[in-house]
Design a protein around this ligand. Sequence first.
Ligand code: SF4
Length: 400
Amino acid sequence: MSTQEQKLAYLTAAGRFDICSPGECLQLLPVTVETRRSSQAPEILPVPLDNLRSSQEALDDLEDPDGRTVVAPYISYNRRTGGCGRMLKMLLNGTCSYDCAYCPVRTRREPVSFAPEEFADTFLRLWRDGLVEGLFLSSGIPRDVDCVMHDIVETGEILRRRGYDGYLHLKILPGATRADIHDAARVADRISINLETTSPDRLGGIAGVKDYRQDILKRQSWVAEEKPGGHTTQFVIGAADETDAEILSCLADQYRRVRPSRVYFSAFHALPGTPLAPHPDTPAWRARRWYQADYLIRDYGVAADELRAALDENEFFGDRDPKTVLAAGSAPVNVNLAPRRDLLRVPGIGPKGADRILNLRRVRPFSGPADLARAGIRGKAAGRHLIFNDRGTVQTKLSS
Ligand code: SF4
């Protein structure tokens, strides 16, 4: 195995913990290549997402008994969004001088890194062989942040100069210069800077080096100006013990101020050797609740303030879809009379379903839950929140 392949294995393994990287729903795949029977197509084998393994274990696995070489054991494969399929999530540097208490990269001592040209060579080989379709590039910060950010940007520029036209996501490091953000926005499809948590105080408890206002919020406003509609951010839910009410306020401010195209929510997972190792894990369902709440705000027109009604007395979402909780506390909606925004608040009805209802009810009113099948909606979930009067005598609370 070449040095480049070993570095790939190490640095992709380092980058798989959703630290300094977006936590979208990813299926991680090891990519294996037939080195002895090169006429055969590369074989891709799935690995379960929860099968967390240390980078050393990953390195131990690099040669499998059938004589195949694992070139990049943690290429991530996004099945859900239909976006970039096989995406290589990489760190340029596998060590970091910052002190984020949840991060395994800070505990690493082996100074493994790629120089921009060297990584571009390696990535282009994988891309031309059809093993990867996209790149997410981040880095630990072992030295001056400007040097590392400059390397990230330079790598993107080299890739574009050498003909790479696939998906490219570049991470903006906390404290990056405006000039580097500008250049990153120019070469990348998407750029991102992570909030991690909700406020300076919360961040101070888990990452003392980063200044929330200066290093993150100020840079994020530059990111939004340089790449409107093409930037994202991420929360590590639970690492700083923030409540869901705090996240809701922060999220509302994000959509008001910088309008990220996506917000990712990663459930905190305590890793051995980090200062937060004794901290309880955040249950996966809490991150799922946040994706649901975020969809309600982005795609369903629900105001962040409305979602406060779905919080419990301790200011957390329980383990129920916030849409279901809101609907349970509201009057039923008249399927034959309600405007689109009210139909969208009914569990089981999404934007497409609401549009189909609006079209179909012009021709013939809906007569009961079983009739919802005409609009492709399962009557059981939606039916209990709907009424089917078509004479306009029922006023719903939500449409008032
Ligand atoms: S900046 Fe923080 S989260 Fe990012 S690699 Fe360094 S220690 Fe980890």
